[in-house]
Design a protein around this ligand. Structure first.
Ligand code: 3HC
Length: 670
């Protein structure tokens, strides 16, 4: 096999070039090639400097994650970067694209770094539940200071080449299109300079204030995660002990994280997210339909949020409403949202105007005629949706994709009222639609492969993580929510409180529990609105006007700042229902809540897979991470079940009287 590393001599400078698509990951062959090339440069008396650069779209984007958890081939990355730094001839890193993780560590080990202005640098290992394990936690603070090193390692945020240059991490910004020549010129300029600047040799003073401020500012964000604290500890160590002791500490921490379940879960999600965009029976090279203009029907919360995704991506939107005041209100909310983003400094005023300028509000359905994709986002009523799709069929141009944002309803039934079911599918956005990353793409029985491929591709453009779901009530996410809610309601009657059930979910790592979620979404959602028909606790709350946060009363009482507190009235209602239903009471442990609310979700996920309504278990995990805030360090419900042990989950389900999915029993989940 040919090496991904080649060398070129330019006078007395040896240029070492990596070509390992797609992202120049530092796999074994790259490391071996780099080691040999550096050795060659050091040994050759006619060489006076070296440049390391990469072909393709990026500088090294990190260690090769696919090698993790397997025996590591020589040379290990930490030894390789030490060897680069130890060279008695200057080594220059020439950076374009993203110098990430191990790639950033290679750059830090070089004596000099030059970059094109569009380059980005970062140590995103924390997002994989890890830390920079090749000296990065020790070199980075020595070069860029404690505050920036904390931010880069513990949050994983990347920084621009300009920010890196300001922080001393980049020695020179070079021409965007002349990296190779400029890096060579730079190497020629500095080749005689001595002593060589070595990051590991720089001294570093402790900065306890920076550490305390950073920890305080990020405490909420880091809740439940192991890796941020380990990254912080390593950076602090760099300020306390000599370099060689610091790297030993870093190594120990790296290995601890690498073999823990959190990192395994986070690495699982890294690949799951990328896998989700692939559709088993639709080839990657399927020709796509051009999407130049999107139509959105409904300017309510969902329609407005959906429109923003396209406007922000520079795709014009025609938004339709039935009445002028609703249309004005909807467009007003879109503007207000953009202005709020601009006020936070995350958008320029001219970008706000550009987005608003690409929005065409209208009361006329006929204006949708020139749209390439039309998304219906009106309320959940099959008759209304059918009526809309019948009209769309008359108006939409040939080849336009017709989508419904329904959260539950049958896409096949909706498609059947058009003469073009092959162009119809579901695009289920999650609220707030301009923020939540998940998009469930619902594939109808007749949806054409190119329609599916086009929408999956478009999802990337609007920065969504898309997962393909089959037609089933509630698709993947909401279908799995149902057994959880049923059990949570039963537990209330058997002796648990909303506070206990919600606390167990929050301690598990969810952003909120089932009753907090009900209060946020609205206790009245799905209520039949007949005050004489009260069939359960939820109906009783709704009938009393306890509709959740919007009424400052739901399963909890709320003050003006929406701070919840346990409600004596809710406790009374629950008591009444316990008596009315004659439900036997027992002491409910936190473990029982886990087993009865979370295990059934796994069971439902297994059934969804058995029925072919999701392509793979990892897709279900992606749905729950990006749509419902399942803690990423637990890897999604299906991954979590594996770490719990399928046997344990099956035994728990059987103990509580559930019918267990066959694939869960046999461990055949893929
Ligand atoms: N190792 C192995 N494969 C990788 C990889 C890596 N570090 N980074 C990306 N890939 C793969 C992806 O899985 C994907 O494969 P696929 O086409 O088969 O699905 C392919 O490369 C392209 O990746 P993306 O689809 O993500 O491409 P983008 O252009 O959208 O993004 C990127 C490029 C910003 C580099 C992004 O891939 C990324 O963030 N990669 C991970 C970076 C990272 O976490 N680096 C740290 C690794 S850990 C480490 O270095 C430990 C060290 O400290 C010891």
């Amino acid at each position: 096999m040919t090496s991904p590393i080649r060398t070129e001599r330019h006078g007395d400078v040896l240029v070492i070039i990596s070509d390992n698509p797609p992202v120049n990951a530092l796999g074994a062959a790259v490391r071996q090639g780099l080691e040999a090339a550096i050795k060659q440069g050091v040994a050759d008396a006619s060489i006076h400097a070296m440049v390391i650069r990469c072909d393709g779209r990026t500088f090294f984007a990190g260690a090769d994650i696919t090698e993790f958890g397997k025996p590591m081939q020589d040379p290990p990355l930490p030894a390789l970067v030490d060897m680069i730094e130890a060279s008695d001839k200057p080594v220059v890193a020439a950076i374009h694209g993203t110098a990430l993780g191990g790639g950033c560590e290679v750059a830090l080990a070089c004596h000099y770094r030059v970059a094109v202005p569009s380059a980005k640098l970062g140590t995103p290992e924390v997002k994989l539940g890890l830390l920079p394990g090749a000296g990065g936690t020790q070199r980075l603070p020595r070069v860029a200071g404690v505050a920036l090193a904390l931010r880069m390692t513990a949050t994983g945020d990347t920084i621009s080449a300009k920010q890196a240059a300001d922080a001393g991490l980049i020695d020179k910004l070079v021409g965007e299109d002349s990296l190779a020549a400029d890096a060579l010129a730079f190497a020629n300029d500095i080749k005689g300079h001595r002593p060589l600047p070595r990051a590991s040799e720089k001294s570093l003073a402790p900065d306890p204030e920076a550490v305390a401020a950073f920890q305080k500012a990020n405490a909420r964000k880091f809740r439940g995660f192991d890796a941020p604290a380990a990254n912080i500890a390593c950076v602090v160590k760099a300020t306390e002990v000599p370099y060689h002791e610091g790297v030993q500490f870093e190594r120990t921490e790296f290995m601890r994280l690498m073999f823990g379940t959190q990192s395994a879960a986070q690495r699982h999600i890294f690949f799951a997210e990328r896998q989700a965009s692939k559709i088993d029976d639709v080839p990657a090279d399927t020709p796509l339909r051009p999407i130049r203009r999107v139509g959105v029907i409904g300017a309510g919360t969902m329609g407005g949020g959906i429109s923003m995704n396209f406007l922000s991506a520079g795709i014009p939107v025609t938004i339709v409403e039935m009445a002028q005041d609703a249309l004005d209100r909807g467009t007003g909310v879109i503007r207000k949202n953009y202005e709020a983003t601009a006020a936070k400094g995350r958008m320029k005023p001219e970008q706000v105007e550009a987005a608003m300028g690409a929005l065409t509000p209208t009361l006329s359905f006929d204006d949708l005629a020139d749209c390439d994709l039309i998304i219906e986002a009106v309320y959940e009523n099959m008759d209304v949706k059918k009526d809309i799709f019948t009209r769309l069929d008359q108006i939409a141009k040939q080849g336009a994709i017709l989508a419904s944002n329904t959260s539950y309803l049958d896409i096949n039934e909706i498609a059947a009222c058009t003469a073009r079911p092959q162009d119809v599918l579901g695009m289920h956005f999650f609220s707030p639609a301009n923020i939540m990353k998940l998009l469930e793409v619902v594939r109808g029985d007749k949806t054409a492969p190119d329609v599916l491929a086009t929408v999956m591709d478009l999802a990337k453009k609007i920065r969504k993580v898309a997962v393909v779901a089959g037609v089933t009530y509630g698709f993947i996410g909401n279908r799995m929510l149902m057994p959880r809610q049923v059990e949570a309601n039963k537990l209330l009657l058997e002796g648990a409180t909303p506070e206990q059930i919600d606390r167990v979910h929050v301690e598990f790592g969810m952003p909120m529990g089932p009753f907090q979620m009900a209060d946020l979404a609205g206790v009245d959602i799905g209520w039949h609105r007949d005050p004489n028909r009260i069939e359960n606790v939820r109906d009783a709350l709704a009938a009393e006007g306890r509709w959740g946060q919007k009424r400052q009363a739901g399963f909890y009482d709320y003050d003006e700042k929406r701070t919840p507190s346990p409600s004596p009235r809710v406790a009374e209602i629950i008591k009444e229902w316990r008596e009315k239903t004659g439900t036997p009471q027992h002491e409910i442990t936190d473990q029982e809540i886990v087993e009865r609310t979370l295990y059934p979700m796994v069971n439902e996920g297994a059934l969804i897979l058995e029925e072919g309504k999701a392509q793979r278990a990892s897709d279900i995990d992606v749905v729950w991470i990006y749509g419902y805030g399942w803690p990423v360090y637990r890897g999604g419900p299906m991954f979590w079940a594996k770490t719990e042990g399928y046997d344990k989950v099956v035994a728990g389900l059987e103990r509580h009287g559930f019918t267990v999915a066959q694939s869960l029993k046999s461990g055949a989940i893929k």
